[in-house]
Write a protein that binds this ligand. Structure first.
Ligand SMILES: NC(=O)c1ccc[n+]([C@@H]2O[C@H](COP(=O)([O-])OP(=O)(O)OC[C@H]3O[C@@H](n4cnc5c(N)ncnc54)[C@H](O)[C@@H]3O)[C@@H](O)[C@H]2O)c1
Length: 351
């Protein structure tokens, strides 16, 4: 099997690439290494993963932009992939508010470019699209919540399922551009014959994640703890997400790509059993590192959902899959990885 991974230097993409290359597949990593620029940082981030993948057998790296249709087309024609994991994207809500056009060009236009490039060389191919819970916008705020000492929670104890409406709500430009890609991916399945798995991801975390304040909060907090630098919490820190270890996400992708599951949309996260608030993450990091950093509280960020938890029942059933790595175990692995790669802490954004 030949697999092309857009955004293959990113956190999700590099784990997909490593997994499939390790299984003997030919993997083509396509990335323009723009993560740091997106977050206004002049320090390196995904360049680390790019170099890491250079050492892997079966991996070919192509440094190009998904917005460059000619370059993308050349790459697809050269390698003719059987499957694509489309993980390239601009993942920052803040960036999308500052520059909605650039956000649109990467997330929306970039996605249709990738779908077309695949259709051109392999009209019966498979594509996994990395969508987001942000497609539901502030419709998720209609679910009643309760407040406890360290967290908010959905009163029902259940997560948000795929039937939640994506209409008549505020999304942020990021939510809209990702929803556009999400709808194109669905439509290329319905009307044009590509088998597409749309994964609406909650909070994915893991090693090789270069967190910034605007995105990748688990990695960001862990890096700050190990740097001994202060953390700013926007709101009261009780906001909750379901968190999913990146290896568990790749398991779900693999089940979809190599199995017979028809095109579908899946909410994807750790589910109700793997939820975490910011305050709880700070407590876990204190325990794991034995350190305390200064925590500043600032005003709530506009559009920050108080609670988002995925209902993952559909993915569990259709893909015969479930999350295996508990949040505390995963966070420990992130801390250990950072400790073993201390130069990352020197180069990570100092803020
Ligand atoms: N990590 C999460 O919690 C999460 C949650 C929901 C959705 N997502 C989506 O999953 C995808 C992967 O997320 P991630 O955490 O690995 O992010 P990431 O920033 O680590 O990876 C994205 C990669 O895409 C590359 N890229 C950006 N624009 C590009 C372009 N125009 N051309 C080529 N490459 C480009 C970046 O350089 C980066 O390596 C993103 O599309 C993101 O929107 C992530």
């Amino acid at each position: 099997m030949k697999i092309l991974v857009t955004g293959g230097a990113g956190m999700v993409g590099s784990h997909v690439a490593e997994r499939f290359a390790g299984k003997g597949c030919q993997v083509i990593v396509y990335d323009n290494l723009m993560r740091s620029a997106i977050f206004g940082s002049d320090t390196k981030s995904v360049e680390y993963n790019w170099n890491y993948l250079r050492t892997k057998k079966n991996v070919v790296r192509v440094k190009d932009d998904i917005r460059d249709r000619a370059a993308l087309g050349r790459c697809f024609k050269k390698y003719k992939p059987d499957a694509v994991v489309h993980a390239a994207g601009q993942p920052g809500v803040g960036f999308s508010l500052n520059d909605p056009l650039e956000d649109f060009s990467i997330n929306a236009a970039g996605t249709i470019n990738v779908l077309e490039a695949l259709r051109d060389v392999n009209p019966k191919g498979v594509l996994v699209y990395c969508s987001t819970n942000k497609v539901y916008g502030d419709n998720v705020n209609q679910y009643p919540i309760a407040e406890a000492k360290t967290r908010y929670r959905f009163k029902s104890g259940k997560g948000v399922s795929e039937v939640c409406s994506v209409d008549m709500c505020g999304h942020t430009p990021y939510g809209v551009s990702k929803l556009t890609g999400d709808l194109y991916a669905q439509d290329y399945a319905k009307t044009l014959g590509i088998r597409t798995g749309v994964f609406r991801m909650s909070c994915i975390y893991g090693t090789r994640q270069f967190g910034f304040e605007d995105q990748g909060w688990i990695a960001w907090f862990a890096i700050r703890f190990l740097q001994g630098k202060p953390i700013t919490v926007y709101g009261d820190g009780k906001q909750v997400r379901d968190v999913l270890w990146v290896g568990d996400l790749v398991n779900a992708f693999e089940k979809f790509m190599t199995g017979k599951c028809p095109s579908n949309v899946f909410n994807m996260g750790g589910g109700p059993a793997n939820t975490l608030s910011l305050l709880e993450l700070i407590g876990i990091l204190q325990d794991l590192t034995g350190r305390h950093v200064k925590v500043r509280f600032d005003a709530w960020r506009k559009f920050d959902q108080k609670v988002y938890v995925s209902d993952i029942a559909k993915a569990c059933q259709a893909l015969e899959w479930r999350p295996r790595v508990a949040a505390k175990e995963g966070i420990m692995r992130v801390v250990e990885w950072l400790m073993a790669n201390k130069r990352i802490l020197q180069h990570a954004d100092q803020g």
